[in-house]
Ligand binder design. Structure first.
Ligand code: IMP
Ligand code: MG
Length: 176
């Protein structure tokens, strides 16, 4: 069993929820009453997207997309695989991609390019809970983010190591 003692907690439940509430307020004022499609990048963003969505007040549609760039290690492969991309018609829609973390930026860039290539959206923005800016390999910045974080492999609140830890309500790194 994994406990908080095995991890150094960086962002506890309260810190995460308060940053998400603030992000929700920013999004509510940015989009107003305009309809929004949020696209959750599975599996990592699932906790973030469901908590964020509860704060959103505009007419909202939730879509899911599954990609992978990590194997089961600590480092980003830089190669993005499309595992399941089935999206509705996003032409002329406001689209917000919701991610857990931007690391090298390859995943975010792949997704932005994929949507731009397939649809002429009304707007396309990117919202990531975490931004590991120091690790960036391609030029991309989230339009909205919760925490700028250090160069550590993080787990919890959707983020996994080899599929584990996603269920933790806090984010931290494993003490070895
Ligand atoms: P990128 O393509 O290198 O920006 O990596 C993005 C994806 O890698 C994210 O969507 C995560 O799923 C995963 N990832 C990046 N950093 C971490 C981390 O510190 N812990 C767990 N997963 C991570
Ligand atoms: Mg992810």
């Amino acid at each position: 069993m994994i406990t908080e003692n095995d991890l150094k907690v960086l962002y506890d439940r309260e810190a995460i929820q308060s940053v998400i509430k603030k992000l929700g307020e920013v999004l509510n004022s940015s989009y107003g009453d305009d309809e929004l499609y949020i696209i959750c990048v599975l599996k990592g963003a699932v906790m973030f997207m469901t908590d964020l969505a509860k704060h959103l007040k505009m007419p909202l549609r939730m879509e899911f997309i599954r990609l992978s760039s990590y194997g089961s290690g600590f480092t980003s492969g830089g190669k993005v695989n499309a595992v399941d991309i089935s999206l509705p018609d996003l032409n002329d829609k406001n689209v917000l991609i919701v991610e857990d973390i931007i690391d090298t930026g390859h995943t975010a860039k792949f997704l932005m390019d994929f949507i731009r290539h397939n649809f002429k959206t009304k707007s396309l923005k990117f919202c990531s809970l975490l931004d590991k800016k120091v690790k960036r390999e391609v030029e991309i910045d989230p339009d909205y983010y919760g925490f700028e974080t250090e160069d550590k492999f993080l787990v919890g609140y959707g983020l996994d190591y080899d599929g584990y830890y996603r269920n933790l309500p806090y984010i931290g790194y494993i003490i070895t």
